[in-house]
Each structure stands twice: as C-alpha cells, then as structure tokens.
Write a protein that binds this ligand. Structure first.
Ligand code: G1P
Ligand code: ZN
Length: 542
C-alpha cells in the first residue's frame, strides 16, 4: 500500500454539516488527504468497502475526487460509485447510498457558501442510511485526524470521468453513473408527475426555477423542461459553474434577487423556486408572495395526504429548534408527534430511520421526507407543484388559507456574518448569564414564558447534544432564538431568529418584518448586539 507520512492538523472537526474551510486550507499539502484517511479509518471495515462519491461541482471538486479515488484504491476499497464529471446533488447522493446499499458516501460541497479559488470547499461523510454522519462518528473522524501519522494513496494518472461506464483501478471497481437518472426515478415514484405536467400545460403563465449555476441545473432541466414539458429557459442559470457564476448559491430573498424580482413583476410567473449549491435547499415563491420556509414545512405537512407518496398520512414531523412552531400546530391538529431537534439535518436521521417521522424541515430553506436522509430542494418544489395541481389554487391562496386555519407564525432571521469570534462568544455568554432570571419578567410589554440554552436528548439512541442555541419564549407564542453558525468559515456568524405568532386576520396582509419588529428591537437590546459585534444592523435578512 503506497504510504505517505504526515502530521495532524488541529482544525479538522466537522461542523453543522461536514468539514468546511476556504479552498486554500484544503489545498495545503496533506490537508485533504489527512481528512479523507480519517474518514476511511473510521469506517467499520475499510477493506472491501463500497462508497458513493460526488459533489456540487464547485472549484476543487475535480481535484478532490481524483485524490479520493486514488486513496480508495490504496486503502483496499472494493468499489466507488462516482458520477459523470463528479456532479452529484446532496439528496441524489443520499439516494444512491441507499439504493446501492453502500457503506456510505463522501459528498464534496460547501452547500450555499460561495465557490472559487479564494472561496469555500467542504467534505462530508454520510453513513449507510444515506444521512450525514451523526456526532459520534464525526467526533471519531476528528479524533483520528488529531493523531494521524500516515495516509495511503495510489500513484497514477487522473481518470476520465466524462463518460458513464465502469473502470478498474487495481482491485477497485469505479462505476461512473449518470447523476440524474436514479434521482428522477425516485421523484417519479413519489409524485404524480403526469398530473403536474397536465396542470402546467393548462396554465397561461410560466413557472421559473433558478439553479443559481449550481448542481441542480442538470436535474432541473431534465425534470421541468423534459419530463414536465415546460419551455426551454424555465430553468435559469442552469449550467453548474465552479464559482457559481460569482454568486452566492443560497436561495433566499437576498441572494436569488433576479428570481424574486421576476416573481414580483406584474406579469411574473405564477410559481418560482430556487435551490442552493448542492441542491438540498429550496425557496418557494408564488406570484408576489414569498413562502417562509417554516410555513412551507407546515403547509406540506397539512396537505401531505394529497400527494401520492404520503397518501396514508404522516407518522410524525420534526423541525429544528429555531424553525417556527407553525408545523407544531399542524401536528397537533393531525394528532401526530412533533419533534424539536438541534440545527442540522443529522438530527433527523434517527427519527426517520425509526419511522417516528415522515416529514421534517428547517427554517434555513430545508425540507425533506423519509425518501432520503438529506433535505431535498427539488423534492420540495415538486411537492408544491403537485399540491398546486391538486388544489388548483394560487400559492398565495394556499398560504392565506393555512393562516386562517392555524394562525400565522411570522418569521424573520437576522444574520450578522463574519463578526469577531471572541465578541460573538462573549455575547452568548452574556445571554447565558441572564437566562436564570428571565422567566416571568415582562420586557418591552412581552412576558417571558421560558428562557434556556437548548439541549436535546435523541429519543432513539439517547445521545445528548447541549448548547444548541438560546431560546426565549413569550407567553403569546412568540420567540427569540440566538445561535452561532456551525457552517461559517470566517470569524463567527450570529443568527437571531424572530418569530411572532398572531391569529388576528388583519396581520395576514402585513409583512413579516413589521410583525417581528418589536421582537427584533428587544433581541438587539437583550444581547447587546451592537456592543459585542460592533454591528448596527444584520448583514443578511431572510
Ligand atoms: C446552516 C443552517 C442549518 C443547516 C445548515 C446546512 O447551519 O442554519 O439549518 O442545516 O446550514 O445547510 P448553521 O450555519 O446555522 O450552523
Ligand atoms: Zn446545501
């Protein structure tokens, strides 16, 4: 086995979603190799293992894939399922791992972070259930990375990944799959695509999908423009580019501006959607309306029985802690369980595997179901289209009817990006110190019901995750949540989540920003945000 001596790096602890760093960090000699060897060493049985490998097409993907293939060969793996040009969306990767029953997969992506030589790269390990490795495995990988002394890598030329087919590197079988086919087949099995196609054909206005020059381009073209018969051009920015066209591949009101402007124009499309760098996030828009991701999750849950795959109802639902409680209200009405988990998809895996939940989602533009073990951007878009085709109503009508039934959890998130890390940690400390005295107090006219540092005990394996964000709940159903991001790569990012509950129908026409304004002022004051971050305003509002 060709072996290279190395020394450990101390900063290879995976965050909310894998190891994410600037490309320059990954490009240092041995950096990527050390981490990959740590992943391989953490496998229960490295020799003879089979893995899925692919990524979102960002800068450095191609280099990393070739390196990983050579390491797979030298480490005695039996098979790697890679995709043409290494392009593979995160949900499609999850599906391949499950379908081909591999020992896991390695996904190369920094999700919604920008790409390019001076931007970000990332690598994530998924387990045989198709989901992101849980903390006990990421911690094991991290432990190995701290003491690693050598790695194994074959010396050979790069292999050509431009055609599907099969090739052998020594004893390693490499299968190059079409990235789209298996995924489309899965969507076909969940939704009534014929009905959606017929519905779309009857409308006299188009739909629009923004792939943001990221991984969903080829999937979206095959789905919307070929399978569903939408006109060419329905998919905007459909060619994956290593730098995402210089954009920030995050589907939200700030970063998908062109799409938002299109939908808010008088003669705009009746439905619009976007996905992120690696295809797991989604943003849903109707004509002149933005559906907040927390509302979207609640609406999907409330209407699930209208979709072929969920016809028999839902086992339960789950949301990440900062996600609004809109879905909780639906669960209560349906008489099913609703779980509140820490931020990050990895916490949903056990609940899905144990069949305790069918749908889950996060406020950060993520929704998914038991069809894979990742959130799934195009799945959410198809779910909405299937819903529109069945209900024959506009997105705005569906949202407003939902609020009429359940009330509205108006929701806004403020991000303070790339702030000084010490300041951000002091802010959280300052909040923690206040927690014991907060309950019962009335602040700016709002009475605090509870205030805590969120901890989660996994109901399936008993694992405990602490310090998952500061929650302050008010007795009128409103909330303020503070967390530090676990995916940022520069300094710290403070996220402030604001949720204002109302069942006053007059509030349904008002912008969410207006409804959360009193909470927003209180949040700034309580945490002394300006003092600790030096910022007067958030850098991104979603
Ligand atoms: C962010 C989101 C989180 C999501 C993750 C990966 O993590 O907040 O919901 O699961 O990206 O897409 P954060 O940067 O907040 O740790
Ligand atoms: Zn993503």
């Amino acid at each position: 086995m060709p072996t290279i001596k190395t020394t450990p790096f101390t900063d290879q602890r995976p965050g909310t979603s894998g190891l994410r760093k600037p490309v320059q960090t990954f490009a240092q000699p041995h950096y990527l190799e050390n981490f990959v060897q740590s992943i391989l060493d953490a496998l229960p049985q490295r020799e003879g293992a089979r893995l899925v490998l692919g990524g979102d097409g960002r800068y450095y993907n191609d280099v990393a894939i070739q390196t990983i293939l050579k390491m797979a060969e030298a480490n005695g793996l039996a098979e790697v399922l890679v995709t043409r040009d290494g392009i593979l969306s995160t949900p499609a990767a999850s599906h391949l791992i499950r379908k081909y029953q591999t020992d896991g997969g390695v996904i190369l992506s920094a999700s919604h972070n920008p790409g390019g030589p001076d931007k970000d790269f990332g690598i994530k390990f998924n387990t045989p259930n198709g989901g992101p490795a849980p903390e006990k495995i990421t911690e094991r990988i991290y432990e190995i990375s701290r003491t690693i002394e050598q790695y194994h890598i074959a010396e050979r030329e790069d292999i050509d990944l431009s055609q599907t087919g099969e090739t052998h590197l020594g004893n390693l079988r490499v299968r190059i799959l079409d990235p789209v086919g298996d995924y489309l087949e899965l969507m076909e099995s969940l939704f009534d695509l014929d009905r959606i196609a017929a519905y779309l054909a009857r409308q006299n206005r188009p739909i629009a999908f923004d792939a943001m020059h990221a991984v969903t381009g080829p999937y979206a073209r095959a789905l919307f423009e070929e399978r569903l018969g939408c006109p060419a051009g329905t998919v905007m920015n459909g060619d994956p580019l290593p730098n995402f066209g210089g954009g920030h591949p995050d589907p939200n009101l700030s970063h998908a501006r062109a799409l938002v402007d299109k939908l808010f124009a008088d003669d705009g499309p009746f439905f619009g959607a976007a996905s992120d760098g690696d295809g797991d996030r989604n943003m849903i828009l109707g004509h002149k309306i933005f559906v907040s991701p927390s509302d979207s999750l609640a609406i999907l849950a409330a209407n699930a029985k209208l979709i072929p795959a969920y016809r028999d109802g839902l086992k339960g639902v789950a949301r990440s802690m900062p996600t609004s409680a809109a879905v909780d209200r639906v669960a209560r009405q349906l008489g099913i369980d609703c779980y509140e988990t820490p931020t990050g998809w990895k916490f949903f895996g056990n609940l899905l595997d144990a069949d305790r939940i069918t749908l889950c989602g996060e406020e950060s533009f993520g929704a998914g179901s038991n069809h894979v073990r990742e959130k799934d951007g195009l799945w959410a878009v198809l779910f909405w289209l299937n819903l529109l085709a069945v209900r024959e109503q506009s997105v705005a009508d569906i949202v407003h009817q939902h609020w009429q039934t359940f009330g509205r959890n108006a929701y806004v998130r403020h991000d303070y990006e790339e702030v000084d890390s010490d300041g951000a940690h002091s802010l959280v400390e300052h909040l923690r110190e206040q927690l014991p005295g907060l309950a019962g107090q009335t602040l700016n006219g709002l009475t605090v019901d509870y205030a805590d540092d969120f901890a989660y005990t996994d109901p399936v394996d008993g694992g405990v995750s602490e310090h998952q964000g500061i929650r302050i709940g008010f007795d009128n159903g409103s909330r303020i949540v503070y967390r530090l991001s676990g995916t940022g790569t520069r300094g710290a990012t403070l996220r402030v989540y604001l949720e204002a509950y109302t069942d006053n129908a007059e509030d349904y026409a008002r912008p969410a920003t207006e409804l959360v304004a009193p909470l927003s002022a209180l949040a700034v004051e309580l945490a002394r945000i300006a003092h600790f971050t030096g910022r007067q305003a958030p850098s991104v509002i979603t």
